[in-house]
Design a protein around this ligand. Structure first.
Ligand SMILES: Cc1cc2nc3c(=O)[nH]c(=O)nc-3n(C[C@H](O)[C@H](O)[C@H](O)COP(=O)(O)OP(=O)(O)OC[C@H]3O[C@@H](n4cnc5c(N)ncnc54)[C@H](O)[C@@H]3O)c2cc1C
Length: 509
């Protein structure tokens, strides 16, 4: 049951009412932080379950976790819970996975990513012995970028130009202008190893050939803190976050869409729901996509920076075609297929170019295969498996693809790749399925162009250049989530909430 009686009209003030638009992981983390700071929090989401891209669909006895599968930097969650006076590990069980994931190529080559550096050295040597030295240098490069990019820049606000100017010399020294792929190419001569050490930005919607090499920090982060799976899925974690918020006295309005942020005299005063009801607030935090927030939710407010023309020039991340399916009686089949597998097409940079630059739906595809039933029995009935298979595809702002017509065609191509290279006989084992196309991303999450991860993390769309966590367009308006600083990915959006809590005024209690 939701309750809205306590919410006053948009004109009244009490000093501590916060409305959060969106119960994505960034919105939930923000609500927790604000609740801990004494705010009276209301979270509004158009979906019927918290977690946004980290939510799930329950169907025919299967639980299809829709988005994030890899959990890194567990200390971020522990700090978030601690800020609310709670113990993360009492609420959520993180299971460390080692090996982390397996990368396969059509010629049968395999690379098994794991935590132990000696084992990683051996994996590199197996593919190209002359690249072991480059691997060691790459790890050091990655650590340097972690301390600067993640622990420093990623955990504080970058809304002042001066903050950017101060760090420019470090950006120059670390060659942030170079792409992740260009950096990997300097350290590895083998093309497969270049892929294995540069594909990570795809997990946050970035083109490895164009996003800043600062993102090689992910390699250090995986090695140092491990790769984990949240038992019960990210949706389980989202539900625990919702529980903390409710325990703090917060309120949820689910299946409720915000139509507009009410701005009067340059100040955000609340929101207007799609039903027409106006709810007042002292601060408004938007976890809706940053571009959507300015272009749609702020459509009537005058804007200085984030005008429609600028947003049309903004580069969005790629979209995704995701096929979720459950298979009957397969738990003891495909025994060499673990929790995370990446299945490469023969092309790497060419395919990236098609997806991100040409915006062309290619015939070939590289796939990420998620098989959580290997680790978590709650996703499928006894003896069965739950999977999702994801293919990065161009977003809807490029060449128009009629996904309603393409869905079955693309799925059939995907099935062929899977049957030929990973899961023989798959087609006859599927008993439950659903598909997300770019159109689903657009309609379900109100994501511009159906992008999977909001604004692409290129250098001139990062830090100060990204939509700020404190809005320059209206007083009392804050932005969190993937399209804001520091960016997409679960650690990124959890960090947006940490930055938010540094920016909001103390609640008047
Ligand atoms: C398939 C997939 C796999 C991924 N894998 C990983 C991974 O392994 N590891 C990782 O770290 N990250 C991963 N990510 C990225 C990560 O999931 C996202 O970056 C992150 O969850 C986004 O969180 P967010 O807070 O920005 O909100 P979102 O999840 O985008 O949620 C925003 C919420 O706002 C709501 N909303 C929007 N507009 C309105 C409105 N007007 N009114 C009411 N409600 C509104 C939406 O319904 C939604 O619930 C993955 C993403 C996808 C899609």
């Amino acid at each position: 049951m939701t309750r809205i009686e306590h919410i006053e009209s948009a004109d009244s003030t009490s000093g501590n009412r916060a409305i959060i638009i969106g119960a994505g992981l960034g919105g939930l983390a923000s609500a927790m932080r604000l609740g801990a700071r004494g705010y009276d929090v209301t979270v509004i989401d158009k979906l019927d379950v918290p977690g946004g891209r980290g939510s799930a669909i329950w169907q025919d006895g299967f639980r299809f976790d829709l988005g994030p599968t890899i959990v890194t930097v567990p200390q971020l969650y522990r700090e978030l819970w601690a800020a609310c006076g709670r113990e993360f590990d009492e609420d959520v069980e993180l299971r460390a996975l080692d090996p982390f994931y397996e990368i396969r190529w059509p010629d049968g080559t395999k690379f098994v990513a794991q935590q132990d550096t000696d084992k990683m050295r051996a994996e590199v040597a197996k593919i190209e012995p002359r690249d072991v030295k480059g691997f060691e240098k790459f790890l050091k490069d990655s650590e340097r970028r972690y301390w600067f990019g993640f622990e420093d820049l990623g955990r504080r606000s970058m809304h002042k130009l001066w903050d950017l100017i101060k760090v420019l010399p470090t950006f120059v020294r670390l060659r942030a202008d170079r792409s992740v792929y260009a950096h990997a190419s300097r350290r590895f001569r083998n093309e497969k190893l270049r892929m294995a050490f540069s594909f990570h930005p795809l997990f946050i919607g970035g083109d490895p050939c164009h996003v800043t090499s600062m993102y090689i920090l992910v390699n250090y982060l995986e090695k140092e803190f491990g790769v984990h799976y949240a038992m019960g899925g990210l949706v389980g974690m989202a539900e625990k976050m919702a529980k903390v918020i409710k325990d703090q006295g917060g309120t949820f309005l689910m299946q409720t869409e915000v139509d507009e942020i009410v701005v009067r005299n340059g100040k955000a005063q609340g929101v207007r729901l799609a039903s027409g009801l106006e709810l007042g607030a002292d601060i408004v935090v938007s976890n809706a996509d940053a571009g959507y927030t300015y272009d749609n939710l702020m459509r009537a407010a005058p804007k200085k920076r984030w005008v429609s023309k600028r947003l049309r020039r903004t580069r969005y991340s790629m979209s995704l075609f995701v096929w979720y399916f459950g298979t009957k009686g397969t738990r003891n089949e495909w025994t060499d297929v673990g929790h995370h597998t990446i299945l490469n097409a023969p092309r790497y940079t060419g395919l990236l170019n098609d997806i991100f630059i040409k915006g062309k739906l290619a015939d070939d595809m590289s796939l990420y295969v998620h098989r959580p039933s290997v680790t978590d029995r709650t996703v499928a009935p006894e003896g069965d498996d739950a999977f999702y298979v994801l293919s990065p595809v161009p977003h809807l702002g490029h060449q128009k693809v009629d996904w309603a017509a393409q869905e079955e065609v693309y799925k059939a191509k995907m099935l062929k790749v899977l049957e030929d290279q990973l899961l023989p006989g798959l087609g006859s084992k599927i008993v439950s399925e659903c598909v997300f196309t770019p159109q689903t991303f657009r309609d379900r999450y109100l994501s511009p162009h159906g992008s999977g991860f909001s604004i692409e993390p290129r250098i001139f769309q990062s830090a100060w250049f990204r939509p700020h966590n404190i809005s320059e367009e209206a007083e009392g308006l804050y932005l969190v989530g993937a399209g804001t600083h520091p960016g997409a990915g679960v650690p990124g959006v959890i960090s947006t909430a940490e930055v938010l809590s540094q920016l909001v005024p103390d609640a008047v209690t």
